[in-house]
Design a binder for this molecule. Structure first.
Ligand code: HMG
Ligand code: MG
Length: 311
């Protein structure tokens, strides 16, 4: 097993939380039908590889996302209220009811910074999306459930083009003010670059939104995700979303390809001496196993370099 030489950078955070989204963001985009047994084993393998937060599925409309129509069945095989944090996506009251019935202790609502994606992903306008989420957040918080808010299209939108920093910060504030614990700032189409990340994080800080409440969610469409992670680490961000093997994308946003691969992130963090708690060897084996189930190689460079090379 090869690992990078550790050369710590004392100006960066010492620990990072990886919020694994492979079973949700990864598998929501697969055209093949994946058996619930395979999904459950995927989650169990990720946990065994050391991931402490694994987003497992979405309680969304099965008409909209048939790939995750088995959410309740999958949840019944896992321990959503156990020691490993297993968040699930919920868009509305119906989704929250289903999540609570499955024992979820952590849910995520998912908003858009742009009107076009709100319509494409939620069948709602910008204002209507907040109207849908507000009662969900209030009820979840009252039930003692942790709530994360995703915000999509923070670095550009395939229909609207550039998205201003002000628009993103204003939307993020609305979601945090509802009572959500964390805002995941999404580069849904992977268009952002390092300077843009710095400017957006500065804009959040200037609006008195603490960096500690932010997570970054990078898709790797243009190969910028790792550079963007470094920019965010420099600003003090300590939670990064990533997907094992680089699976992922959003079926409702053209040009949304795979997420930042968890293996690529772990390689970077390890080299910087930042602890992630992940066993890279076990993770690479998991992604190679999943790639065999999906019938195509993982897009992760690190998986490609390590799998089959005697890891
Ligand atoms: P709608 O059609 O406006 O709503 O969809 P509706 O209330 O008319 O419901 C349509 C049907 O779905 C009805 O069934 C409802 O009962 C049912 P029918 O009468 O047709 O038989 N339904 C549900 N069933 C189960 N659970 C539910 C539920 N809700 C309704 N919770 C809705 C509105 C929000 C439901 C729909 O647009 C939806 O489900 N959207 C989800 C889209 C999605 O999951 N996208 C991917 C996740 S977001 C993402 O990937 C980005 C992210 O990674 C960050 C980033 O990268 O930027 C998070
Ligand atoms: Mg995503």
């Amino acid at each position: 097993m090869t690992l990078p030489m550790v050369v710590p950078d004392p100006s960066l955070p010492r620990e990072v939380t990886i919020y694994e989204v492979g079973p949700r963001d990864g598998l929501q985009n697969e055209s093949a039908v994946i058996a619930v047994d395979v999904k459950a084993e995927f989650v169990e393998r990720l946990v065994a590889a050391g991931l402490r937060t694994v987003e497992v599925t979405s309680f969304v409309s099965p008409t909209w996302v048939p790939q995750l129509a088995d959410a309740a069945e999958l949840a019944a095989r896992l321990d959503l209220g156990g020691p490993v944090d297993m968040p699930v996506l919920v868009p509305n009251d119906r989704g929250l009811d289903r999540a609570l019935a499955s024992g979820a202790r952590h849910v995520a609502v998912f908003a858009s910074a742009t009107e076009s994606f709100a319509r494409a992903n939620l069948n709602r306008g910008l204002e209507e999306q907040y109207e849908m989420f507000e009662p969900v957040v209030t009820r979840a918080v009252a039930a003692g459930v942790r709530v994360r808010a995703y915000l999509s299209m923070c670095f550009g939108d395939p229909w609207e083009g550039e998205v201003s920093l002000e628009q993103v910060v204003a939307a993020g504030r609305r979601l945090l003010d509802m009572g959500t614990a964390q805002l995941s700032v999404g580069d849904t189409i992977g268009a952002g670059t390092a300077g843009h990340v710095t400017a957006l994080l500065d804009a959040f800080a200037a609006a008195d939104i603490p960096t500690s409440r932010l997570a970054m969610h990078f898709h790797d469409t243009y190969g910028q995700a790792l550079a963007n992670v470094v920019a965010a680490l420099r600003q003090g961000v300590t939670t990064f979303d990533a997907s094992a093997g680089g699976l992922g994308g959003c079926p409702f946003a053209k040009s949304a390809t795979g997420n930042l691969a968890t293996e690529d992130l772990v390689w970077l963090l390890h080299g910087l001496g930042i602890d992630s708690g992940v066993d890279l060897e076990a993770l690479v084996e998991t992604s190679a196993w999943m790639a065999a189930r999906l019938g195509r190689p993982s897009p992760s460079r690190v998986v490609h370099a390590l799998a089959g090379s005697g890891v």
